[in-house]
Design a protein around this ligand. Structure first.
Ligand code: C2E
Ligand code: MG
Ligand code: MG
Ligand code: MG
Length: 284
């Protein structure tokens, strides 16, 4: 009986995996036409300054409106796009669209703050990255200091020497660099002082349940101190509750991002959010 059950379970998982593979194959295939089909759109999530309570930036986050599946999360399709190489076209589109939108907000007098764009590992190592960014800034008229590139720790594992040089070149152009998902990928702290970054973003996994977990809170406290010691801004991502906010504010975290303030919003809703924001969520 046990064997039968075992076999049944095996077949169950087998078909689950098969379905998953088939779905991924379809998504990967559909990705090719999604860009030309205008199925991608950017959402924006505000970044809040701890001392003023003001909005001091926005992170652009891609959404795929799939004709059959509805909204597909980037956590699902970005890895597929990296496999097939379509990520290069997607990242370029995201960069251009985010820069265009930020310049439009500036021209409308909405706000003057940097927009942060996530760059995939694969794109980071492309030799045409800098010329492409230069061209996009020229085309859109956005000044380089209003662009931030978010690069995950894991990106650097492939080639730290090269990565540092790319980041230095980007910094020379006036672009700021943020180390995304800090604490989840790049294990060697000894290299941290070599990295020409402006900011580190504490991964949400460290924020979740922070107050109840004394190990987590010690890590977060240490990372914030480390960051400040190296003259970096420290941003906490994934803040969902006033308690988490209060706790991180006490640890002197510099900037906050999370559902507690706002979910990522389509551009129109985001600009309405900015117009109505009075920083009162920080008065805790
Ligand atoms: P990320 O860059 O670390 O972005 C933060 C993710 O956390 C976003 O998920 C955001 O919607 C979510 N988030 C923000 N605040 C909260 C919160 O309070 N609670 C919870 N539960 N989640 C929160 P999203 O938009 O699904 O993106 C997932 C990942 O996909 C991003 O992680 C990033 O690595 C990648 N990604 C997103 N957009 C792009 C893009 O345009 N290009 C590339 N290459 N990657 C992207
Ligand atoms: Mg990010
Ligand atoms: Mg992140
Ligand atoms: Mg993250």
């Amino acid at each position: 009986v046990a064997k039968e059950q075992g076999d049944g379970l095996y077949h169950f998982y087998d078909s689950l995996i098969e379905n998953q593979l088939a779905e991924n194959m379809q998504l990967e295939n559909d990705l090719k036409s999604a860009l030309h089909g205008g199925q991608f759109t950017l959402y924006y999530q505000p970044k809040i300054d701890a001392s003023s309570g003001g909005i001091i930036g926005a992170e652009a986050l891609i959404r795929w409106m799939h004709p059959d599946f509805g909204v597909v999360s980037p956590a699902k399709f970005i890895p597929l796009a990296e496999n097939s190489g379509v990520i290069l076209d997607i990242d370029e589109w995201v960069l251009r669209e985010a820069c265009r939108q930020n310049k439009a907000w500036q021209d409308q007098g909405l706000a003057k703050f940097p927009v942060a764009v996530n760059i995939s590992a694969r794109h980071f190592y492309q030799s045409n990255l800098l010329p492409m960014i230069t061209r996009i800034l020229e085309e859109t008229g956005l000044a380089p200091q209003y662009l931030v590139l978010e690069i995950t720790e894991g990106t650097l594992i492939r080639n730290v020497e090269y990565g540092v040089r790319v980041m230095e070149d980007l910094r020379k152009m006036g672009i700021h660099i943020s180390m995304d998902d800090f604490g989840t990928g790049y294990s060697s702290l000894s290299q941290l002082d070599r990295l020409p970054i402006n900011e580190m973003k504490l991964d949400r996994s460290f924020i979740q349940g922070l107050m109840e977990d004394s190990k987590k809170s010690s890590i977060v406290r240490a990372v914030i101190e480390l960051g400040h010691h190296m003259d970096l801004r420290v941003v906490a991502e994934g803040i969902e509750s006033p308690d988490e906010l209060k706790y991180l504010a006490n640890l002197e975290c510099d900037q906050f991002q999370g559902y507690f303030f706002s979910r990522p919003l389509p551009s129109g809703e985001f600009s309405a959010f900015v117009r109505h924001w009075d920083g009162s969520a920080l008065a805790i």
